[in-house]
Write a protein that binds this ligand. Sequence first.
Ligand SMILES: CC(=O)N[C@@H](CCCN)C(=O)O
Ligand SMILES: NC(=O)OP(=O)(O)O
Length: 340
Amino acid sequence: MPHLTHLEDLGTAGVPRVIEQALAWKADGPGAHLRDVLLGMLFFNPSLRTRASFEAVMARGGGSALILEAGKGAWAMEHREGIAMDGDRPEHVREAAPVLSRYVDLLAVRAFAQLQDDQVDEGDALIRAFRAHATVPVISMESAREHLCQGLADVLTLRERYGSLKGLPVTLSWAPHIKPLPKAVPNSFLLTAAAAGCQVRIAHPPGFELPGPVMAQAEALAAESGGSVELGHDQAAALAGSRAVYAKAWGPVLPAAGDAAAMMQAHPDWQVGPAQMARAETDASLLHCLPVRRNVEVAATLLDSPASAVVDQAENRFHVQRVLLDMALGQSALTERSAA
Ligand SMILES: CC(=O)N[C@@H](CCCN)C(=O)O
Ligand SMILES: NC(=O)OP(=O)(O)O
């Protein structure tokens, strides 16, 4: 089953294929490539961009989408194996995934990190349960470990702005927030940029390390693509000479060594603003996946400046998702080309 939930489903060869096809279709669309296709979308968490962009892809492509919210309209859902379901979740993924698969051609799932333990979140059990039990392709709309569509849209945005991605210096900077957030977005930017051959610099305060297995995977991808991954605790040093600054809040290493919300607010000087951008190249772009808390994570003056690429990134979700849905259906020019 051609599930598309993690970067490993695409590999280093898949990333440029998706990016180049998305660019080509952005210039000259694919027409009604999803005629008669029905996408099921199951949300465990809220969304603006993901929901709207997938619905738009389906409508523009001549198909349609149905939307379910677990625990809100649809039953709350359990995924753990072998337990007595005596809590507040009446439905199990073991039935829900095959049942939904009888109605739809593709199943997209959003299930955020639980934010208790990085090892648990890194294991991504809920989306993996859908992979195991669905009988149609599963697409991730952000899971505990990764936000595949976001990482691809981010790298497409860099490709459009800077041409070649090989050796492009890009900085992923931790940013403050009022509470701990998931690591899926920074994980996916790191993995996708490394797979694309970028020179990725990561900067965060001590105690906010990204999961070891994700770092190791990024280094392996960079070794294959000719990219690199550097890690440091000095934001200014990591920004020097960068072409793109990805500002993103993420939580401390979990379980947290202290009060996680207080830890998120203990480094207000990491807010990304004009002074930080000034350390990067003059044509550098500001990236953020959105939603962004103005004047907490990123200065409003920077978000409102020409350097900001955040709306382009959001637009590019549509363009990469068209390609991913097409790939999952096995009907794309990409599939034909790789089979040829
Ligand atoms: C504010 C918040 O919860 N952000 C989520 C979603 C980001 C994009 N889907 C996060 O940081 O993972
Ligand atoms: N960037 C992103 O996934 O946005 P939503 O959470 O609004 O879908």
